[in-house]
Design a protein around this ligand. Structure first.
Ligand code: WT7
Length: 644
């Protein structure tokens, strides 16, 4: 069993919860009296326009989930207005632009005016309660303003990561029938410029629902504008009032839709609602990051993913925190970028993904060594299992052995963190997300669908009963929501991950059990990548598997059958990669493409991915005797042509 790291004394001294007995007692109570527990928290954390009388009403037999349903409130009021009296001049957002030295401080008072102006702008464009607004922006303050402006008027936002292609963007616009799209003329990511507006033009070409495209000017380059449809935000905002009364909403009105990949079909638009989501993100932000009023909290995720929604915008702002918004990349202009920023801003909590830690580890200790990093207390990790090596590097070279690492396990569907250490109480083990948070009851299910009651034990990770941050449905397809998460194991939420509980009760997340890949912390379905490759006229059939990758965690390996004779293999491989870049986005491009003449299949015609996975990872010994396979010749050919 791996080494345990005790709670650093200086972290324990200050912590909100600093005795293990306190955690266990509260945890027990939270499960025994779930509704009482959350009702108390809901009144502590949120400001209600109308109090609720019923705490929860959930039924996993139909996938019905409701929290505080007769309560009313406004999320933007909770994130902004209620702080104005005591925190008006406090920085709400510290924006770090792409170029070193490019920055902006936005106080709560300024955030209030900006969000009101954005809200009025949307109203002037005809957006009202329940309408969907797609946000396709780089990590600039306008992204947060847009999200909060939607929340203010009851519109439902759907942020699309600015690395997605025109086709992916178009599919999302179509699926949610967006009325308005907010984008920027261009995006900046390190040395690269991304033509967001022209990507958007392509995406909205056939979109009947889109009445207006709002363009934020990020660069001074020339931009094509279609008259009557496209508007510069600066022009619309010039006449928008900086006052806008927040609309009173029901707790279960939708707040946003966020698309995420699954094992089959097109990405699902997961719906999160107002009160439960806000409560859960605020609550977990406070306890997992041991949040105190004078902290400088910094999560370097992108708002295009759930981490940015919950732990850059909603959770921290609901708590009145100062939250950093980072536009650049970890290595621009050099691999000291994060560490420089931490020293300059005095960051106390820093939250990133294992893939970034591994990339920076490769650049060497000389980068963090240039900086003191002494303001840091809590270091967070999210998105994929963190390997021991990366954990130790983070702990030693960034945290200087005096910070707590919180390895936070959760999902787009869960809204917020479910399993994580608590800084003041949990002894950590590198690579383990440790223990469930309050109100969360993780269960392991074996291959027969039975609960694993032994410790140690392993199985498919499920969660018994609901928590307020849980996603409520798939937009426009509740059956799909039910089928994906609740049908197979009655009474449980099925996470799609495998996990182990060790003899000390620590949870270790072992990765996905379905055909979902976690590439640099980005979730991609193998089926989604395969159908993207189908767009390439050179390919008749493709099979995609994940392989271990030093930095990305999981790399993408594509086996393709060519539609005709290939003259240049390099060109053909490039074609395939480029097709995926265009159809999904650059981050989904395969690392390896191998052309084959056939794929191993079962008698019923299903591709034998298990075999392909082994070949792609070079795990050839465990293939066993190839000659016994139906497709032995195919397998031999694939083995001999393997890319590495
Ligand atoms: C999947 C969810 C949660 C926000 C970012 C990703 C994997 C997430 C961990 C962790 C091991 C993790 C799981 C999960 N995952 N955090 N700390 N340890 N695995 O959200 O895109 O919805 O992906 O990410 O496989 O199911 P997402």
């Amino acid at each position: 069993m791996s080494e345990r790291f005790p709670v650093p004394p200086r972290i324990q001294e200050r912590a909100l919860i600093n005795r293990w007995e306190e955690y266990s007692r509260l945890y027990r109570e939270s499960l025994e009296n779930r509704d009482d527990f959350w009702a108390t928290q809901a009144r502590l954390f949120l400001t209600w326009d109308r109090d609720f009388s019923q705490t929860s009403s959930c039924d996993y037999r139909t996938g019905t989930i409701e929290w505080f349903s007769d309560g009313q409130l406004n999320v933007s009021k909770n994130c902004i207005d209620r702080h104005l009296v005591s925190r008006g001049e406090k920085p709400a957002i510290l924006w770090e632009g792409n170029e070193l030295g490019e920055r902006k401080t936005i106080t709560y008072r300024e955030l209030h005016s900006e969000v009101c102006r954005f809200a009025n702008m949307l109203t002037n464009l005809g957006v009202s309660k329940g309408d969907r607004v797609i946000i396709y922006l780089p990590m600039i303050p306008e992204l947060a303003y847009s999200m909060l402006a939607c929340a203010r008027i009851g519109a439902v936002h759907s942020v699309v990561f600015a690395g997605f292609s025109a086709e992916s963007l178009g599919n999302r616009i179509e699926d949610c029938q967006a009325k308005v799209v907010i984008t920027a003329n261009e995006g900046l990511r390190g040395p690269k410029t991304i033509p967001l507006k022209s990507i958007c033009d392509e995406a909205v070409l056939d979109a009947q629902s889109v009445k207006a495209v709002v363009v934020v000017r990020r660069t001074s380059n020339r931009t094509e504008m279609k008259s009557g449809r496209d508007f510069w935000s600066e022009e619309l905002l010039a006449t928008a009032s900086p006052e806008c009364a927040p609309v009173v909403l029901d707790a279960e009105d939708p707040l946003f839709i966020l698309y995420t990949s699954g094992s089959t079909g097109k990405p699902k638009g997961l719906v999160h609602t107002q009160a439960g989501y806000l409560l859960y993100t605020a609550f977990t932000h406070k306890f997992v990051f041991d949040y105190h009023e004078d902290d400088i909290y910094c999560c370097v995720a992108d708002c295009g993913w759930i981490t940015g929604h919950s732990y850059i915008v909603y959770g921290p702002l609901a708590n009145g925190a100062t939250t950093v918004m980072f536009e650049s990349t970890p290595t621009y202009p050099d691999p000291g970028r994060y560490w420089e920023m931490i020293d300059r801003l005095g960051v106390t909590s820093f939250y990133t993904a294992p893939t970034a830690i591994r990339a920076l580890e490769k650049e060497g200790e000389i980068w963090p060594e240039k900086y003191s990093l002494e303001s840091l207390r809590i270091l967070g990790s999210v998105g994929e299992p963190i390997n021991e090596d990366a954990w130790l590097w983070y702990y030693n070279h960034v945290g200087h052995r005096r910070c707590t690492i919180v390895d936070t396990w959760w999902q787009t569907e869960t809204g917020g963190i479910l399993i994580s250490p608590l800084p003041g109480v949990t002894e950590t083990k590198p690579g383990s997300a440790t223990f469930p948070l309050f109100g969360i009851d993780p269960v392991l299910i074996d291959d027969n669908g039975k609960e694993v009651s032994t410790t140690p034990g392993k199985g498919r990770l499920c969660i018994r009963d609901s928590w307020p941050g849980q996603s409520r449905t798939v937009f426009g397809d509740h059956d799909r929501f039910f089928d994906t998460y609740f049908r197979e194991i009655p009474g449980m939420y099925l996470t799609g991950d495998a996990a182990e509980r060790d003899s000390d009760g620590y949870f270790w997340i072992r990765g996905r059990v379905d055909d979902v890949l976690n590439v640099s912390g980005h979730r991609l379905g193998t089926a989604e990548i395969e159908s993207a490759i189908d767009h390439c006229e050179l390919v008749v059939e493709a099979a995609v598997v994940g392989i271990p990758h030093e930095v990305k965690g999981t790399g993408i390996y594509a086996f393709c059958i060519a539609s005709r004779e290939i003259r240049s293999v390099e060109e053909a491989e490039f074609e395939v990669k480029n097709t995926v870049r265009k159809v999904i986005g650059p981050f989904a491009a395969p690392d390896h493409v191998q052309f084959v003449t056939g794929l191993p299949k079962t008698r019923s015609g299903k591709i034998m991915r298990r075999i392909l996975r082994k070949i792609a990872s070079g795990d050839l010994e465990s293939l066993g005797d190839i000659s016994t396979l139906a497709d032995s010749a195919v397998v031999e050919e694939i083995v001999s042509g393997r890319k590495r």
